[in-house]
Design a protein around this ligand. Structure first.
Ligand SMILES: C=CC1=C(C)c2cc3[nH]c(cc4nc(cc5[nH]c(cc1n2)c(C)c5CCC(=O)O)C(CCC(=O)O)=C4C)c(C)c3C=C
Ligand code: FE2
Ligand code: FE2
Length: 338
């Protein structure tokens, strides 16, 4: 029997510094996230980052936490409940870090008699630190605990017409209300090194501004290309003028160079250049989370206003959008019918 597993990133169990430390420990010790040899990673994460970051992150989580729990988890649960109703096979939800774990998600499917699992990473664009780590862990768990199970996965859906339509329509709703002078597409950032590592041609990605527009087999796994492609397709769908929108990358960590331009710099520059009304959309996430609600909705907004901006709209993620739920359910049903 077939079954599907929706998988998102995960959140700490609570906003306590201890829980946030445990979560960051699991997250940042993942070799697909901080891709350094174990000794360096342990020194960096356990010796440096975990000394200061948990306190800072816990304070940030406190600002966005809901009565029901982490927004990312609650929104993923709501998505799961709604998808379940439109799908003809068992569907479960799991997180890559924290709870519910990937192992418990697979176990729940197996308990219902499932032997063929469709992994559905809830990330529109492929990245080693998001999609690949899910596929690698699922593979490891299946080999070790569920040898009777076979795995399939939904590839990155950054350019699928039905996804682009759902995303565009949800953005248009916010544009109609906010009437911004500029729309910024802010994607989660990555260390530049990750882009080079995921380049299957080993020579295409130059991070020079042109490679992502030049057709290449590298683009199947190029996060940067896929972010620009999502943006281009939404812009085409909504007939956005070229100077009305731009792209940037947020959420840097550490001192290594990350892909540019950086969202915080771009937003401050837009305000300093006299822009008064800005909208920001975050299409690397399908559910609102710390990075959208706090980093964009609170921090970036405050910085925009401090630098002379007046109106700032953080456009919600797709969350429980009806068209998005239908789209996701259709993908699962299509796979189930094969
Ligand atoms: C080296 C560090 C990180 C990489 C690489 C990275 C890639 C990456 N992350 C997401 C999605 C999310 N990240 C979130 C939080 C978050 N991300 C990092 C670090 C890296 N992410 C940290 C340390 C944190 C925790 C909070 C903090 O201290 O800033 C979240 C939000 C989780 C939540 O609970 O709400 C998401 C979602 C993607 C898609 C990605 C690669 C493209
Ligand atoms: Fe992240
Ligand atoms: Fe590229």
């Amino acid at each position: 029997m077939k079954g599907a597993l929706l998988i998102n990133l995960g959140s700490p169990n609570s906003t306590s510094v201890k829980d946030v430390r445990n979560y960051l420990d699991e997250f940042l010790m993942d070799e697909y996230v901080i891709d350094k040899p174990y000794i360096f990673r342990a020194l960096l994460v356990k010796g440096i980052i975990l000394n200061t970051r948990p306190k800072k992150s816990a304070a940030a989580y406190k600002k966005i936490w809901w009565d029901e729990g982490s927004p990312l988890i609650v929104l993923s649960e709501r998505l799961h409940e709604k998808v379940k109703k439109q799908v003809d096979i068992p569907v479960e939800l799991a997180m890559r870090y924290g709870k519910p774990s990937l192992k418990s998600g697979i176990q729940k499917l197996v308990d219902q008699g499932v032997t063929e699992i469709y992994l559905v990473p809830l990330y529109p664009q492929f990245a080693m630190a998001s999609t690949e780590t899910i596929l690698a862990l699922a593979d490891k768990l299946v080999k070790k605990y569920f040898p009777q199970v076979t795995l399939n996965d939904l590839p990155a859906f950054y350019n699928r017409p039905d996804y682009i339509e759902a995303l565009s329509e949800s953005i248009q709703k916010s544009l109609d209300t906010a009437k911004p002078e500029h729309l910024l597409f802010s994607y989660h950032g990555l260390p530049e090194r990750h882009i080079r590592k995921s380049d299957v041609t080993k020579s295409h990605c130059k991070l020079d501004g042109s490679c992502c527009n030049t057709p290449s087999p590298a683009h199947e796994f190029c996060y940067r290309h896929q972010c620009y492609e999502t943006t281009k397709l939404v812009a085409e769908k909504l007939n956005l003028k070229e100077d009305f929108y731009s792209v940037s990358f947020q959420s840097r960590l550490g001192r290594d160079p990350w892909i540019k331009p950086y969202t915080d710099f771009v937003i401050d520059d837009l305000a300093k250049d006299g822009l008064k009304n800005l909208a920001v959309v975050t299409p690397a996430f399908v559910s609102d989370c710390l990075e959208t609600l706090e980093e964009i909705g609170m921090e970036a907004k405050a910085s925009f206003i401090e630098n002379g901006g007046e109106e700032f709209t953080a456009i919600p993620c797709l969350n429980e959008d009806e068209k998005w739920i239908k789209t996701l359910s259709n993908w699962i049903n299509t796979w189930a019918e094969k």
